[in-house]
Design a protein around this ligand. Sequence first.
Ligand code: AMP
Ligand code: MN
Ligand code: MN
Ligand code: MN
Length: 287
Amino acid sequence: MSVPIDLHCHSTMSDGLLSPEELVAHAASKGVRVLALTDHDEVSGLARARAAAEQQGISFIDGVEISVTWRKRTLHVVGLRVNPQHPALLAAFATVRQGRDARARQIAEGLAKAGIADAYEGARECSGNSVMTRSHFAQFMVKRGHAKNVKSVFKKYMVKGKPGYVNHEWMNLDEAMQLIRESGGVAVLAHPGRYDLGFVNMHLLLNEFRDLGGAAIEVVTGSHQPPQYEQFAKLAHRFDLKASQGSDYHGPGMSYMDMGRLPALPAGCVPVWQDWPEASQLQASVS
Ligand code: AMP
Ligand code: MN
Ligand code: MN
Ligand code: MN
């Protein structure tokens, strides 16, 4: 039995391809009943998405996906039910935005050395006014014909050891957790299966995350392979954390999983939305 709730996706306010309104319309067309928008380090799409969700009869959750540096690795922490107007949140994201812009210039320098000119301007054209992400560089390079799709640009240029990779210092886990707490939200560790942590580091991370007040980990996500659903359901249980689910949808052709196609959480998981009024009307349906 699956429930039509999706707590992780992106709009044009970060690296998604659909505007907040288009994204909500897409979610509605796929049967999603409760939706959180979680742009990278950015809350500026939430008011538009909420207004669109009201029109479509979807319950909307204010969310964000925060980039974090933990023990020299990049992790993502999703904040759900945050207050998008909270001054501390807005101030922190303004700083991240500046950092992203500086990183983008360094990325462009690296790419220039590899023979790809004007990448900053090209990525900026793809990002518009929103935060600059590696995905925008990837989109620009696909357009330019440097690779056939976004995935292969990442492989060839944008990951560790490649010319468009820059080691960037994001906020630390402590700060991210504090921001989420202060702004009234709950913290969810995004796609833990993607970090390639060994057993010891994963256990260290989950301990630390729980001790800092973390509420849940993503168990069913478009960023996990199906065998990882059970694996992380067990870890959630062991660390006394709830479970979340989300597609991590970025738009047509840019995602592993479409909206409205999430399988049910494994038996025994406590859903992060268990006590939410927004989710009280949710009906489980046969998947
Ligand atoms: P950034 O936060 O700017 O470093 O960009 C990270 C974003 O790039 C992620 O949220 C994904 O949307 C995208 N991304 C990261 N790795 C890959 C990959 N291997 N293939 C495609 N997209 C990726
Ligand atoms: Mn992304
Ligand atoms: Mn992520
Ligand atoms: Mn995401």
